[in-house]
Design a binder for this molecule. Structure first.
Ligand SMILES: Nc1ncnc2c1ncn2[C@@H]1O[C@H](COP(=O)(O)OP(=O)(O)O)[C@@H](O)[C@H]1O
Ligand SMILES: [Mg+2]
Length: 275
């Protein structure tokens, strides 16, 4: 499918290590150090959809904070379009912040309950200083996620969880990003609704040529949408493979235990998870 001989990653981590100092356990004890990311290599190419799975606490959200540049790793490199994110000049940094957008697990906490949906959608453009016809952009994005314009005047409490996650995806799309990072976007939703949101992300990647990093603790959730999945355990990437290979011949212990917990959402999907 990919004609280029050497695929250049759009967003990449190389040898990224991050440790946190925890609180002292007794008055004179040294503060214990927790290694949350341990020599992580991870990347996504232009228009590529990759998955990241791992049990809770394995470091997935910390890895997301590295990819978005909100936290600087102690060791290793974060690059966007070939440029080191932490040595970029202000203009490049602004371009990077706009190009990489995130969807979080719980739309009820990521959307301000006092703000009308229309105002929430415009907020990223304001904070990023994006110019242009914002009203036209709002309408375009609502169409892309399958929401009607009547949503704009309403408040978050008037929507179901699935609709709110659609709104959160719309908000992430507003600045016209090149990479969408979805950190457990369906974990808080009913299984019947999960498939709709997964299908929507699949369509967006296809229609808009977005790069997608789809994070979940469940392998079946990412299998349908992504072509390459990294498995994380205790701060390390322990296995990388095609979803089908990970299902049928999991090598790492962490992958094997994830495969035990699968194939629950598949029946709701418009297609075959393992094609
Ligand atoms: N700022 C922090 N200080 C201390 N520990 C942290 C911090 N952020 C995350 N952790 C710890 O790092 C580990 C990985 O967390 P996280 O990246 O949220 O995992 P996941 O998203 O896979 O559930 C957890 O043990 C968590 O408690
Ligand atoms: Mg997390």
């Amino acid at each position: 499918m990919n004609a280029q001989p050497s695929r250049r990653p759009l967003l990449a981590l190389k040898g990224v290590t991050q440790t946190y100092r925890l609180a002292r356990q007794s008055l004179f004890a040294a503060r214990p150090i927790l290694t949350v990311l341990d020599g992580i290599d991870f990347d996504v190419g232009p228009g590529e959809a990759v998955g990241l799975v791992g049990e809770s606490g394995s470091g997935k959200t910390t890895l997301t904070r590295m990819l978005t540049g909100v936290e600087r790793p102690q060791r290793g490199e974060v690059s966007f379009d070939g440029e080191d994110v932490w040595t970029m000049d202000a203009a490049e940094r602004a371009r990077f912040r706009r190009a990489v957008q995130v969807v979080l697990q719980n739309p009820r906490s990521s959307l301000d309950p006092r703000m009308r949906i229309g105002t929430s959608l415009l907020e990223p453009l304001r904070s990023l200083g994006v110019r242009g016809d914002h009203a036209a952009r709002v309408h375009q994005v609502l169409d892309q996620v399958g929401l009607s314009r009547t949503a704009l005047e309403r408040f978050p409490h008037e929507f179901s969880g699935g609709q709110l996650q659609r709104i959160a995806i719309a908000r992430a799309l507003m600045p016209n990003p090149r990479v969408l990072i979805a950190d457990e976007p369906v974990s808080a939703l009913d299984v019947s609704i999960q498939a709709q949101v997964i299908n929507l992300m699949q369509d967006l990647v296809h229609d808009l040529g977005l790069s997608l990093v789809f994070i979940a603790h469940d392998l079946s959730v990412v299998a349908y949408t992504t072509s390459r999945v990294s498995v994380m355990s205790a701060g390390r990437i322990v296995e990388v493979g095609r979803p089908l290979d990970l299902f049928t011949a999991p090598r790492a212990e962490a992958t094997q235990s994830l495969v035990g917990a699968v194939l629950r959402v598949e029946t709701g999907l418009a297609g075959h998870a393992l094609d």
